[in-house]
Design a protein around this ligand. Structure first.
Ligand SMILES: [Zn+2]
Length: 157
């Protein structure tokens, strides 16, 4: 089994309790809520000493996530990286995945809709998110993860 350790576990969206489909305004609201909750100046005196450090760490993570996701340019860059990483991740783990993670559905590439502008195939996920695969990826990858949740579909050719 490929080691998961090589792949950053911490998803910036997850750190903010957000979804990749969230708008910038929604992301900002989620960030502000969490930042307020974990801000070192806002901690009550009865938080146990051991937890103070964890909360500071959490605050730093939240702040870093927002620095990237709160800026349109760095967000775009991160989204690209995240997608590549996901594809790479699932490509490598394909054999293991088939056994450990149930594939949500099998779909023929022809049944996915072709998005001319973004030059990729998409199909909706039942969570409201979508599966996206570029033309190049479609030739190599047979498992695709949803851009929002952890469901996976298998592309049949
Ligand atoms: Zn989904």
């Amino acid at each position: 089994m490929m080691a998961f350790e090589h792949i950053p576990r911490k998803d910036l969206y997850r750190i903010l309790g957000a979804e990749p489909s969230d708008t910038l305004t929604e992301l900002k609201q989620k960030y502000q809520k969490l930042a307020l909750l974990y801000h070192p100046d806002k901690q009550s005196a009865d938080v146990p000493a051991g937890e103070v450090g964890e909360r500071v760490q959490r605050f730093i993570e939240i702040d870093q996530a927002w620095k990237i996701l709160g800026n349109e340019e760095t967000k775009k860059e991160y989204d690209l990286q995240r997608r590549e990483l996901n594809i790479y991740h699932y490509f490598l783990l394909e054999d293991d995945l088939m056994q450990t993670w149930p594939v949500d559905a099998q779909i023929c590439l022809e049944d996915m809709s072709w998005n001319k502008d973004e030059r990729c195939y998409t199909c909706p996920c039942r969570c409201g998110g979508k599966y996206t695969v570029s033309r190049n990826e479609a030739e190599e990858v047979s498992l695709v993860c949803c851009d929002t949740c952890s469901l996976i579909i298998e592309i049949l050719r």
